[in-house]
Design a protein around this ligand. Structure first.
Ligand SMILES: CC(C)(COP(=O)(O)OP(=O)(O)OC[C@H]1O[C@@H](n2cnc3c(N)ncnc32)[C@H](O)[C@@H]1OP(=O)(O)O)[C@@H](O)C(=O)NCCC(=O)NCCS
Length: 171
């Protein structure tokens, strides 16, 4: 059974599961800010920072399959006075063993529901051009705003473009 819940703090087991999730994505070649080889310590350190930053400017969810954390996503609502209607979706990750079951869709639905209820009417994100994630966002009715070349180094050592997406939410 798939369930989605917001995480405001994390047990040691949850931290471990989040670290494993990030390592799995980085090792699998996802463009999520890090390059392989990616150590467990680096993953734990990344999540320590995220968990410490949770609050009005950062919200975290996990997706569980039969009680095991297999997916996650973050939303960073803008705290700028002129951007209080806007938020950025970050680090949508689904473990390779759990892909294709709708976890990403469910996580994105949850993010949208939260954003709407918090008065956020514009969501933005960026993702590696040509990736599966790009196809998933398009499938989930995100609009492609454009591409920026040479955005991030990829596992092949080359610089790759990123795609900027946005989604307007009815208030
Ligand atoms: C991208 C990623 C999050 C997708 O996770 P997932 O749980 O396998 O995705 P889902 O099963 O929820 O699929 C999402 C939707 O896209 C559709 N979809 C999946 N692959 C697709 C493709 N190649 N083309 C079009 N639609 C596709 C699915 O049918 C599903 O639609 P539905 O909800 O209407 O059935 C996952 O592959 C991942 O974690 N990749 C590595 C990390 C990464 O790149 N994250 C993005 C960072 S911005």
């Amino acid at each position: 059974m798939i369930s989605i819940r917001r995480l405001e703090q994390a047990t040691p087991e949850e931290r471990e599961a989040l670290a494993e999730l990030l390592i799995d994505s980085v090792d699998g070649g996802a463009s999520v800010g890090f390059l392989p080889p990616f150590s467990r310590d680096a993953a734990v350190e990344y999540w320590r920072g995220v968990l410490a930053a949770l609050g009005p400017g950062l919200v975290l969810w996990v997706a569980e399959v039969d009680g095991r954390i297999d997916g996650t996503v973050q939303l960073a609502p803008s705290l700028r006075p002129n951007g209080l209607h806007r938020a950025e979706v970050q680090k949508l990750l689904v473990h390779s063993r759990a892909r294709g079951q709708g976890l990403a869709s469910r996580l994105l639905q949850e993010v949208e529901q939260y954003a709407r209820s918090a008065g956020r009417t514009l969501l933005v994100l960026d993702t590696l051009a040509g990736s599966k994630a790009e196809a998933v966002y398009q499938h989930c009715q995100w609009q492609r705003a454009g591409e920026i070349p040479d955005w991030a180094r990829h596992t092949d050592g080359e610089l790759h473009p990123t795609v900027l997406f946005f989604k307007r939410l009815a208030p």
